[in-house]
Design a protein around this ligand. Structure first.
Ligand SMILES: Nc1ncnc2c1ncn2[C@@H]1O[C@H](COP(=O)(O)OP(=O)(O)OP(=O)(O)O)[C@@H](O)[C@H]1O
Ligand SMILES: [Mg+2]
Length: 366
């Protein structure tokens, strides 16, 4: 992970309270056995979950049923007020379901002690919420300290985590949140949530306050991290592009906390269940779907036999892209260059084939 030097500071950064005053361990993330191997990722099941806030006419969450397989990232996507935060907060019992059940690894949350439960779940709140008066290292050490880890172990874990999110402790550990960029603060929030290796992470618009470029980088970093640490993640967003990028599955919620569709990004974009979902995913859903397909997924035309020289000459005039580029990038480049094909290159920059506009179109329609 790269260091950032020029990021804008998030407005919410230093001044925001870390957690609601009435919920002292809202960011608690630890399990009591963190010296043991990391706990396995666990399946999360919402079983006809309803939340009625007192005095409200309509439910905030209404009969929500969905299963998040262990180790996957599920994005809760929907407009403001559609119940995303409420759904998330019911998982760690920051708010109690009115009806229905949530099971983590097969166990009902109703049978778990709320404090224990919160310590076993990493929680990144909507506004980053670092403790402004604590150093970065002390922020990350919050939960290990609550759990009574000794100093040596806590220190090792903090160093390891800050390293993992690309903020080496020697350089950043002693700083305060206000002395970090917005993107760096968000990474500290993630490190803190990971402190005791929770099998489950809840992330409420964790990158919401970032400018688009920083956001994209932090998203990439989190995806790379997730590849390595494989947790079950529920990730709230109201941004379809973020959802498509981050989610193994996407749950689209509509007003009143009703589930409109739960599918893979590919299916959601290809077959929106109704007009609401179609509108929410956008008229450019065909193009968005192209971001999910790599050039490497295409059958590439390769020059062969007698045609090779002519083909090589032809290819030399074509623009090129690495094979892990998306079909959307490929299409964009073809349009910009006015060509109907491009060369596809491998890891050493060698040409591995030619992608045609026709092949891109066919793959997009598949
Ligand atoms: N503590 C509360 N008491 C009463 N109503 C609440 C409370 N918290 C949320 N609500 C209501 O529940 C509904 C869902 O709110 P929630 O915060 O879950 O939405 P959200 O999808 O996270 O929205 P956003 O994208 O704006 O964060 C809204 O109508 C909201 O006004
Ligand atoms: Mg919310």
């Amino acid at each position: 992970m790269s260091q950032e030097t020029n990021e804008p500071r998030s407005a919410s950064g230093a001044a925001s309270p870390a957690v609601p005053a009435t919920e002292p361990d809202a960011t608690a993330t630890a399990s009591a056995t963190a010296d043991a191997p990391a706990p396995e990722a666990q399946e999360i099941v919402f079983d006809r979950v309803v939340k009625n806030y007192p005095g409200a006419d309509t439910p905030a969450v209404d009969e929500l049923s969905l299963t998040v397989p262990a180790g996957e990232i599920c994005v809760l996507l929907g407009p403001s007020g559609s119940g995303k935060t409420t759904a998330l907060m019911m998982v760690n019992r920051l708010t109690e379901p009115t009806r229905g059940d949530i099971r983590i690894g097969g166990r009902s949350i109703r049978d778990m002690d709320p404090i224990e439960l919160r310590r076993s779940i990493g929680y990144v709140i909507q506004q980053v919420g670092l403790f402004p008066h604590l150093s970065i290292a002390d922020n990350v050490a919050t939960v290990p300290k609550v759990l009574g880890w000794d100093r040596g172990r806590t220190k090792r874990r903090v160093a390891e985590l800050l390293d993992l999110v690309g903020l080496p402790v020697a350089e950043y550990g002693k700083r305060y949140p206000a002395q970090l960029s917005g993107g760096q603060q968000q990474r500290v929030g993630i490190a803190r949530a990971l402190a005791a290796d929770p099998p489950v992470m809840l992330m409420d618009e964790p990158f919401g306050a970032l400018d688009p470029i920083t956001r994209e980088r932090v998203q990439d970093e989190f995806l790379a991290l997730h590849e390595r640490i494989r947790k079950t993640v529920i990730f709230v967003s109201h941004d379809i592009d973020e959802a498509v990028k981050m989610g193994d599955r996407i749950a689209v919620l509509r007003q009143g906390g009703r589930l409109a569709q739960y599918d893979t990004p590919h299916t959601l974009l290809k077959e929106p269940a109704d007009a609401f979902v179609a509108r929410f995913v956008g008229a450019d859903r065909g193009l968005k779907r192209l971001t999910l397909i790599r050039l490497a997924d295409l059958e590439l035309a390769a020059p062969d036999g007698a045609a090779q020289d002519a083909a090589a000459d032809e290819a030399a005039r074509l623009p090129s892209l690495p094979r892990d580029a998306s079909l959307r990038s490929a299409l964009s480049l073809m349009i910009a260059e006015g060509t109907d094909a491009l060369r596809v290159t491998g890891p050493e920059g060698q040409v591995v084939g030619t992608a045609t506009l026709d092949a891109v179109r066919k793959a997009g329609a598949a």
